[in-house]
Design a protein around this ligand. Structure first.
Ligand SMILES: CC(C)(COP(=O)(O)OP(=O)(O)OC[C@H]1O[C@@H](n2cnc3c(N)ncnc32)[C@H](O)[C@@H]1OP(=O)(O)O)[C@@H](O)C(=O)NCCC(=O)NCCS
Length: 195
């Protein structure tokens, strides 16, 4: 039995000279997931809490669990695998409580594990692809994403894709950041940007 539950959604995008494909994550991606999740520099940005390294068992637990009910993708740029991203049902009770019952609220989480690909516009692009898919194909009502205040790249990617900062939540336990930033993009806001 496979660890990562896969799916059949592939998203294609990019600009001339830079083809971006989001394809289903599978167990064949585990060696890269182990490597990216054992890189302290990647985890510095990906995790607010101080985690230097995840073990292979941790990685299997994380991706095995999350993929059961959510879409996990490998990010490919011009044929090269550079990271992973998820379109996930909102799992945090205090965030769910911010929205009316019955609304489809999701979050996007992402990690470019190949550090040479940071800061080249790829995150902005693939998050845009996930947003389009979420609102136009999955009929999601709200995207609500989280990142810590120290992760300027991540904040900027959300901002550039039309998200609004709706809450800055002060951490009560030690974190790298001082605040958890909450970013929101509603279906109506997305549609208004298309006009
Ligand atoms: C976060 C992540 C997905 C962003 O993707 P990316 O391809 O690196 O980002 P982009 O190049 O599309 O955009 C980055 C933006 O941040 C800006 N930026 C880059 N480095 C910055 C820095 N140190 N401080 C402030 N802004 C910065 C860039 O200028 C760019 O904005 P601009 O287009 O207005 O100039 C990617 O960097 C990543 O996976 N990092 C490691 C893991 C991580 O942080 N995951 C997210 C956890 S919430």
């Amino acid at each position: 039995m496979s660890i990562i539950k896969t799916h059949h959604v592939t998203l294609r995008g990019g600009v001339e000279g830079c083809e971006i494909i989001l394809r289903p994550l599978t167990d064949a991606d585990l060696p890269d997931l182990y490597r990216w999740n054992a890189d302290p520099e990647v985890l510095y940005w990906a995790e607010g809490e101080d985690i230097e390294e995840y073990s292979p068992e941790d990685v299997e637990g994380i991706y095995g669990w999350i993929s059961q009910e959510n879409l996990c993708f490998a990010i490919k740029v011009n044929g090269e695998k550079v990271g992973e991203c998820w379109l996930q049902k909102m799992n945090l009770p205090h965030v769910k409580a911010m929205y009316a019952d019955g609304l489809d609220v999701r979050r996007i989480d992402a990690m470019i594990g190949e550090k040479a690909f940071w800061g080249k516009g790829i995150g902005t692009h693939f998050v845009g692809m996930l947003i389009k898919y979420a609102f136009e194909c999955e009929r999601v009502d709200v995207l609500h994403c989280l990142c810590e205040d120290y992760n300027s790249r991540s904040c900027r990617v959300l901002e550039k894709n039309g998200f609004t900062l709706v809450l800055a939540e002060k951490f009560t336990k030690p974190h790298k950041g001082q605040f958890q930033y909450h970013w929101r993009l509603t279906k109506d806001e997305y549609n208004a940007r298309l006009k």
